[in-house]
Design a protein around this ligand. Structure first.
Ligand SMILES: [Zn+2]
Length: 415
């Protein structure tokens, strides 16, 4: 099999030649683009062909019993693949070995890894049924040829459900488990990053809400505003950013009954504005400078600016205006403060932290305060009584700390 290595070396030489020409000065841009594009298609098809040949060989190797512990684990020792990937490859190869008729296509480069997967799954689905694997695989292949690999996998999904009702339900349960939404900050902690992976049902609800809003924005811009929206992906994504925010705003604006969330704290609008101007009215600021814990957070806020409750410095004009019911203002000297003009520690005998106290704690603690934990501020963090309420500990910000769900439990167990 020296021939294969020689061929690969010769392909590698050709590819490096294309790369060198593409990077060289003097070559026309159009020429480079065409050359690189063409090379990607050719090398991609060659890679598909090699992958198909690998599957055919592994299938045969499995039949011949070339490795004692199984061909999958062995593959992981000779190729740069994880054991999981190697086992999956061996598994598919074993299934495809039952389809001698597709071998030629597998080795030709027209079948990519996803279509190969669809064929293997077809064989697996019809096992122990009266259906003919070769015939069903031929149908899958026909679908992938006409409509692409995704349609082929879709056909297999339908087939699996027909043979074994409930498989789509099981898949959906797995997809629900894999779903998550993660909120972090980036860019000096000023930008909010939201990564959301959703199962198809929740994803459809979310996407439909976004799409409805974007459709409305496009309608008003295109027809009412007389502006033609450029067919530009970035513009669509920028509109999505506005739509996601509006989705949240509509929720925050709804009554507690409508949103079925009685705890009330409109996060966006909570601001700390120019505390120096307010402190005089509240207390003598000079008396409380000693209580300041974190000078960075307490640094003066420039005129015309405000801090969101998540800590970012923003133009005050971007937040709800004075008189808007969504506007909430936290004024603090670092130890205590006022929320919308009411002292945050107004009622130390209340059982739970008030919205004003939650705003203060979010602003002061920023994240879970358990040592080493930096789960970021969300209003799902728990307000914990340092001296237990039952032992006379008051509900005042001096006696409250934010913990994530996990560490709130830990703190109580440690006690
Ligand atoms: Zn924590």
């Amino acid at each position: 099999m020296d021939g294969v290595a020689v061929e690969v070396a010769s392909i590698s030489g050709v590819v490096r030649g294309v790369l060198a020409r593409a990077r060289a000065d003097g070559e026309g841009d159009a020429g480079r683009v065409d050359a690189v594009r063409e090379a990607i298609v050719e090398v991609g098809r060659a890679a598909q062909a090699l992958q198909g040949m690998l599957l055919a060989l592994v299938g045969e190797g499995d039949r011949l019993g070339i490795a004692r512990g199984g061909v999958g684990p062995w593959l992981a020792t000779v190729l740069d693949v994880t054991e999981g990937r190697a086992r999956a490859l061996a598994h598919d190869a074993r299934l495809l070995a039952r389809l001698p008729r597709v071998e030629a296509e597998l080795c030709s480069g027209v079948i990519g890894p996803d279509s190969a997967r669809a064929l293997a799954r077809t064989v697996k689905a019809v096992r122990a049924t009266g259906l003919d694997p070769a015939e069903e695989a031929a149908k899958t292949l026909e679908v992938t040829r006409e409509h692409g690999a995704r349609a082929g996998l879709e056909r297999v999904r339908v087939l699996e459900e027909q043979i074994k009702p409930g498989s789509i339900e099981a898949r959906h349960a797995r997809e629900r488990e894999r779903s998550f939404a993660r909120f972090t900050t980036c860019g000096d902690g000023q930008m909010h990053r939201c990564e959301i992976l959703l199962d198809p049902v929740r994803g459809a609800v979310f996407q439909a809400a976004i799409d409805l809003q974007v459709a409305e924005m496009i309608r008003t811009r295109q027809y009412d505003g007389g502006e033609i929206v450029p067919q530009d992906v970035r513009t669509t994504e920028q509109m999505n950013a506005e739509a996601v925010t509006r989705l949240a705003q509509v929720f925050l604006d709804a009554t507690p009954e409508q949103r079925r969330a009685h705890f009330s704290l409109p996060a966006l609008a909570v601001t700390l504005e120019n505390p120096a101007a307010h402190l005089g009215a509240m207390r003598d600021p000079a008396a409380h400078v000693a209580g300041v814990k974190d000078p960075a957070v307490h640094a003066d806020i420039p005129v015309g600016c405000a801090r969101t409750v998540f800590g970012a410095l923003v133009p005050a004009g971007r937040l709800p205006r004075r008189g808007d019911p969504r506007r909430h203002v936290l004024v603090t000297d670092g130890c205590t403060g006022s929320f919308d003009g009411v002292a945050v520690d107004g009622d130390p005998r209340a059982r739970l932290a008030s919205p004003g106290q939650r705003a203060f704690l979010g602003w002061r603690d920023r994240h879970c305060t358990y040592p080493g934990c930096d789960r970021p501020l969300t209003f799902a963090l728990h307000a914990h009584h340092v001296v237990p309420f039952a032992q006379g500990g008051g509900t005042s910000v001096g006696n409250l700390r934010l913990y994530c769900t996990e560490h709130h439990t830990t703190v109580h167990q440690e006690r």
